[in-house]
Design a protein around this ligand. Structure first.
Ligand code: ADP
Ligand code: MG
Ligand code: MG
Ligand code: MG
Ligand code: MG
Length: 443
């Protein structure tokens, strides 16, 4: 629902809203916000709120720093917390330049651009159903996160209610208040790990939802004395956190991935899209798994994918085809982790799939047996590539993939590459606890 000015004024009056929080996402997927008193509401509605873009990671240099925030009135909502000093209304904004053009360093504007290409290819929606996972850690007296998870529970465990469970329930309630259609919320495989799934929506709304979701999780966790983290692999030796992306392309007639006459009831569109996603998998990984720590999750033995393969029968490959058909026909990309900037991840996955359609690519045959039991020779024979094993190797793949670079646009690509190269270098030069333990006395 796109709120009109009149509706907004009525709501502000009725709910006694005192502050406006304007939110947008930087290059690295962090939510930034500008808070204004409610007296600035008319200025906001007239797209006249300015901010300094040079203070935002990956945006601009000082010389061109004046930027405007245009509120996306479909995302207007009254915050369910922090009402002590009067209620706060929040809205996601798009970033515009002083010449009135959308700023292409804004990941949200970039996703809109790629969605136009999808429309030109004859589709009406790229539907995304994300499955974000996260950990709840205890905090210390200073409120700083510890490495202590709050429980010893397991997947779907039923046990006397604990604080972690209460916290997860409150998260679900807060999300529902904000209009989320929560489909499931459960304990995950690792101790202290949780998953909340909400109903799929069109790409832009899904990305906005992921950003709001993270904010809600962090805020509610804090009220319980927890630190919620979306870091992909916070502890060695136990499962990391992923953010599976379920996806389908719709047109006026419905889900284009469904074809009742195919052996798997998948359409040619679905196969081409799948082939594109597999073809560009290594370079997309730089975006879908964007931090050094992401690659500690993409290892054998913890349910995260390591090989570029797909299956309709097996839960472990990079792309799974869940069994639902009809409107629910979808591909599930299991490599993505919650450190990904959702706007960038969705834009690059979509571009990969659309490229598969354009080139009418055919996917390699599905792999229904356990890839981890295959020899390297067998894998080569069956055309099974591996996902990059480090951020460095993912960036190398990205640097040579013109389709995925185009899906980011010049500004975002250059800034991303530059920042991530520095990030990896800093990691490479740091001496870790592992090395000290392993080598100090032996050498
Ligand atoms: P899993 O079996 O992998 O745990 P879940 O049931 O947790 O999957 O999540 C499935 C997700 O897929 C939900 O977000 C759901 O709304 C979404 N979904 C269902 N149909 C579609 C579709 N056609 N396109 C995209 N996502 C879909
Ligand atoms: Mg799930
Ligand atoms: Mg499920
Ligand atoms: Mg899960
Ligand atoms: Mg899943």
């Amino acid at each position: 629902h796109v709120y009109t000015d009149a509706e907004v004024h009525a709501l502000v009056e009725q709910e006694n809203v005192r502050f406006l929080r304007l939110m947008f996402t930087d290059l690295f997927g962090s939510m930034k916000s500008v808070d204004l008193p409610i007296s600035q509401l008319d200025k906001l509605l007239a797209n006249r709120v300015m901010f300094d873009g040079s203070s935002i990671d990956g945006f601009v240099r000082i010389e061109e720093s004046d930027m405007y925030l245009h509120p996306e009135m479909s995302t207007w909502m009254i915050s369910p917390w922090g009402a002590e000093h009067g209620k706060v209304a929040q809205v996601i904004c798009s970033v515009y330049k002083t010449d009135g053009e959308p700023f292409m360093g804004d990941p949200r504007n970039n996703l809109k651009r790629v969605l136009k290409q999808m429309e030109e290819a004859g589709f009406t929606a790229f539907n995304i159903g994300p499955e974000p996972e996260f950990f709840l850690f205890e905090t210390d007296e200073k409120g700083e996160p510890t490495l202590q998870v709050n429980d010893q529970e397991n997947y779907f465990d039923l046990s006397p209610a604990d604080r972690g469970e209460d916290c997860r329930r409150d998260i679900v309630l807060a999300l529902e208040k904000l209009g989320f259609d929560v489909e499931a919320a459960h304990h995950e495989v690792a101790p202290g790990q949780h998953e909340v799934d909400f109903k799929y929506s069109d790409a832009l709304e899904a990305a906005d939802n992921i950003q709001i979701f993270k904010l809600v999780v962090k805020n509610i966790a804090k009220q319980y004395g927890f630190h919620a983290t979306f870091m992909p692999k916070p502890l060695s030796g136990i499962n990391g956190s992923g953010m599976h992306m379920n996806m389908s392309l719709f047109n006026q007639d419905g889900n284009t991935f469904y074809d009742e006459n195919d052996a798997l009831q998948l359409s040619q569109t679905a196969y081409h899209f799948l082939a594109g996603v597999m073809d560009h998998a290594r370079s997309v990984t730089a975006i879908s798994n964007p931090i050094v720590n992401s690659y500690k999750r993409l290892v054998p033995g913890y349910e995260a994918p390591v090989y570029v393969a797909w299956s309709a029968h097996n839960r472990s490959p990079m792309v799974r085809v869940p069994s639902e058909r009809g409107m629910g026909t979808r591909l599930e990309l299991r490599s993505v982790d919650p450190a990904a900037n959702p706007y960038l991840a969705i834009a690059t996955i979509l571009a990969a799939g659309l490229d598969g359609l354009k080139r009418e690519l055919t996917p390699a045959p599905s792999v229904d047996e356990n890839i981890y039991h295959m020899t390297e020779e067998e894998r080569i024979k069956r055309e099974i590539k591996t996902l990059p094993d480090t951020l460095h190797n993912a960036l190398k793949s990205l640097a040579t993939d013109e389709v995925i670079k185009e899906a980011l646009g010049d500004h975002l690509y250059k800034n991303f590459m530059e920042a991530k190269t520095v990030e990896y270098d800093s990691y490479r030069q740091a001496v870790s606890r592992w090395e000290q333990n392993r080598y100090m006395s032996n050498y």
